[in-house]
Write a protein that binds this ligand. Structure first.
Ligand code: ZN
Length: 142
């Protein structure tokens, strides 16, 4: 995928974010994430039933990188089991940090594979994914 294709996907997800808007329902766990180095503030919601991510939602005010990566995250994580999601989150983190990662598990999220060249934007791309990880961690600690 070249730079222009990556940018087009990002703009599409920014202009037409998938799974945006929160759901008021006890089955959804929610977390609020802030990035002080940008304008980003997002809420991430996960509905997990029997080890499966049944639904992923998000909402918030954020920059194009953060909104688009949240939208792509919802598409990527939905329908996966917890172990698959933890692997995706781990590999996504590695990719953003410029480390070796498993490209096969990341699907559309690979469009951010060169963001490590813009260190001040890394947190924009990571914030929603950290939110999903935080919810899963909190559930596992119960
Ligand atoms: Zn941002």
């Amino acid at each position: 995928m070249n730079h222009i294709e990556k940018r087009e996907i990002m703009i599409d997800h920014y202009n037409n974010p998938r799974n945006k808007g929160l759901i008021t329902n006890d089955e959804y766990k929610i977390v609020n994430m802030n990035n002080e180095s940008c304008i980003d503030e997002v809420n991430v919601q996960l509905k997990i039933i029997d080890d499966i991510i049944e639904d992923v939602r998000f909402d918030g005010e954020a920059c194009a990188i953060c909104i688009s990566s949240a939208s792509i995250m919802t598409d990527t994580l939905k329908g996966k089991n917890i172990n698959e999601v933890l692997s995706i989150l781990d590999n996504y983190n590695k990719m953003i940090e410029g480390k070796d990662y498993d490209i096969k598990v990341l699907e559309t999220a690979i469009i951010y594979d060169d963001i490590n060249k813009q260190p001040n934007r890394k947190k924009c791309a990571l914030l929603p994914w950290w939110g999903a990880k935080k919810i899963i961690k909190e559930l596992n600690n119960k």
